[in-house]
Design a binder for this molecule. Sequence first.
Ligand code: ASP
Length: 318
Amino acid sequence: MIFGQDHLLGIEPLHPDEIRSLLDLADRYAEQNRSGQRPDPVLAGLTQINMFFENSTRTQASFELAGKRLGADVMNMGVATSSVKKGETLIDTALTLNAMRPDLLVVRHGSSGAVNLLASKVNCAVLNAGDGRHEHPTQALLDALTIRRAKGRLHRLTVAICGDIAHSRVARSNIHLLGKMENRVRLIGPPTLLPPGAVDWGVEVFDDMAEGLAGADVVMMLRLQKERMDGGFIPSEREYFHRFGLDAEKLAKARDDAIVMHPGPMNRGVEIDGTIADDINRSVIQEQVEMGVAVRMAAMDLLARNLKARNTPRRVMV
Ligand code: ASP
């Protein structure tokens, strides 16, 4: 098993072999979860704190379930009830938490880079559950596992990532991961929602769905991240759906066996037609959620192994 990381902060620092190891382990957890078999409690005696400074439904629930399945003591720190609302700085919050001696800290934050900063101040393993528009590594890993299971491989595939790329940490983590595994990545969206410089990322860029989807094996739709928009990025949601929303006509341009993905939460009728999202012959959206639990079990298992192997005395690093 190759996985040399102390934290899971992003996909960018990972070696392709580390990604493969994590996915192999997650695959085994996925099968165990399906069979109803109880996994070994490899996190027993460890404390996991989930700290979500931004709202989350599926990611937080998924991390909580993953930790509990593996026997960890799991605590959710609600931001609404935390001292952050009283003006405490991120670093002070981190040091307070560190003093409670957690082993695994799962953090989501609205600012890009906040989770990396926090990881440098604590001495437990930190997992990034999404930071601003930077990275969302467990999302890309669960997407990769879903693709690998559906397509039988995770290389030499044409993957179209469509919609609001500019505000999406999901897109960034997926671009890193799919590129490392030697896939062809296409970004499709209106120029206002494509980050400047995207052409330098080793991807192809399109502003027309029919062109970008032609021959794609995987169609990954993204949510319009209205909470990160401060101006008029699209003329109207109706117009956006007309040009970039995934419907049967646009999907027909992709390969006949192309799968449809969405990280959730979905805006039905804005970026995706509800009928396509619910079509069990094309959509793997529910499977993505299922793989999320398995991937998070694998990530926490591997980080806990490294934590135990290091077995360093705990220090607060300021
Ligand atoms: N749930 C994903 C995220 O937290 C995608 C989204 O919110 O659109 O980034």
